[in-house]
Design a binder for this molecule. Structure first.
Ligand SMILES: [Zn+2]
Length: 103
Protein backbone atom coordinates (compact mmCIF):
# COMPACT_ATOMS: atom_id res chain seq x y z
CA UNK A 1 0.00 0.00 0.00
CA UNK A 2 2.75 2.45 0.94
CA UNK A 3 4.79 1.66 -2.17
CA UNK A 4 1.66 2.11 -4.26
CA UNK A 5 1.13 5.57 -2.80
CA UNK A 6 4.76 6.45 -3.45
CA UNK A 7 4.56 5.25 -7.05
CA UNK A 8 1.39 7.21 -7.70
CA UNK A 9 2.92 10.26 -6.05
CA UNK A 10 6.09 9.99 -8.11
CA UNK A 11 4.06 9.54 -11.28
CA UNK A 12 1.98 12.60 -10.45
CA UNK A 13 5.04 14.85 -10.44
CA UNK A 14 6.21 14.29 -14.05
CA UNK A 15 2.58 14.17 -15.13
CA UNK A 16 2.00 17.63 -13.71
CA UNK A 17 5.16 18.91 -15.43
CA UNK A 18 3.91 17.48 -18.74
CA UNK A 19 0.54 19.07 -18.05
CA UNK A 20 2.27 22.40 -17.42
CA UNK A 21 4.05 22.08 -20.78
CA UNK A 22 0.75 21.54 -22.56
CA UNK A 23 -0.75 24.49 -20.78
CA UNK A 24 2.00 26.98 -21.56
CA UNK A 25 0.00 27.97 -24.62
CA UNK A 26 -2.94 29.24 -22.63
CA UNK A 27 -1.82 29.77 -19.07
CA UNK A 28 -4.53 31.03 -16.82
CA UNK A 29 -5.16 31.02 -13.10
CA UNK A 30 -7.05 27.73 -13.10
CA UNK A 31 -4.51 25.76 -15.10
CA UNK A 32 -1.70 26.98 -12.84
CA UNK A 33 -3.81 26.15 -9.81
CA UNK A 34 -4.56 22.71 -11.23
CA UNK A 35 -0.88 21.93 -11.82
CA UNK A 36 0.04 23.33 -8.42
CA UNK A 37 -2.56 21.14 -6.72
CA UNK A 38 -1.38 18.12 -8.69
CA UNK A 39 2.24 18.69 -7.59
CA UNK A 40 1.10 19.17 -3.99
CA UNK A 41 -0.94 15.98 -4.22
CA UNK A 42 2.01 14.07 -5.66
CA UNK A 43 4.34 15.28 -2.93
CA UNK A 44 1.73 14.51 -0.29
CA UNK A 45 1.32 10.97 -1.64
CA UNK A 46 5.09 10.41 -1.63
CA UNK A 47 5.29 11.76 1.91
CA UNK A 48 2.36 9.61 2.99
CA UNK A 49 3.91 6.50 1.47
CA UNK A 50 7.19 7.30 3.18
CA UNK A 51 5.43 7.86 6.47
CA UNK A 52 3.51 4.59 6.19
CA UNK A 53 6.73 2.73 5.45
CA UNK A 54 8.35 4.25 8.51
CA UNK A 55 5.36 3.47 10.71
CA UNK A 56 5.22 -0.14 9.58
CA UNK A 57 8.99 -0.48 10.12
CA UNK A 58 8.55 0.94 13.61
CA UNK A 59 5.63 -1.37 14.29
CA UNK A 60 7.58 -4.44 13.27
CA UNK A 61 10.38 -3.31 15.59
CA UNK A 62 7.93 -2.84 18.46
CA UNK A 63 6.35 -6.24 17.93
CA UNK A 64 7.35 -8.61 20.72
CA UNK A 65 9.56 -11.45 19.52
CA UNK A 66 7.70 -14.71 18.91
CA UNK A 67 7.10 -16.39 22.20
CA UNK A 68 9.55 -19.08 23.12
CA UNK A 69 8.12 -22.48 23.80
CA UNK A 70 7.74 -22.64 27.53
CA UNK A 71 10.79 -24.02 29.26
CA UNK A 72 9.84 -27.03 31.27
CA UNK A 73 12.64 -26.52 33.79
CA UNK A 74 9.98 -26.14 36.48
CA UNK A 75 8.94 -29.71 35.91
CA UNK A 76 12.53 -30.96 36.21
CA UNK A 77 14.88 -31.60 39.06
CA UNK A 78 18.67 -31.50 38.93
CA UNK A 79 20.33 -34.59 40.28
CA UNK A 80 22.66 -33.69 43.21
CA UNK A 81 25.01 -36.49 42.19
CA UNK A 82 25.39 -36.27 38.39
CA UNK A 83 23.81 -32.80 37.90
CA UNK A 84 21.61 -33.99 35.08
CA UNK A 85 18.00 -32.89 34.77
CA UNK A 86 15.19 -35.35 35.02
CA UNK A 87 11.45 -35.34 35.60
CA UNK A 88 10.30 -34.10 38.98
CA UNK A 89 7.85 -36.96 39.35
CA UNK A 90 10.54 -39.58 38.89
CA UNK A 91 11.43 -41.23 42.25
CA UNK A 92 15.10 -41.52 41.38
CA UNK A 93 17.64 -40.23 38.87
CA UNK A 94 17.38 -42.22 35.62
CA UNK A 95 21.07 -41.66 34.94
CA UNK A 96 22.78 -42.64 38.20
CA UNK A 97 19.96 -43.94 40.41
CA UNK A 98 20.27 -41.32 43.14
CA UNK A 99 17.04 -40.91 45.08
CA UNK A 100 14.91 -37.89 44.14
CA UNK A 101 14.77 -35.92 47.40
CA UNK A 102 11.79 -33.87 46.28
CA UNK A 103 9.68 -36.89 45.44
ZN1 LIG B 1 21.94 -38.60 38.76
Amino acid sequence: MSSFLKTVGLLTLPASVVLLFFMTGNLNFFSVLCVFLLITLGLALVELGDLMERVSALESRLDPPPEKPEEDDIQKVVCPNCHKKYDLDSPKCPYCGTKNELW
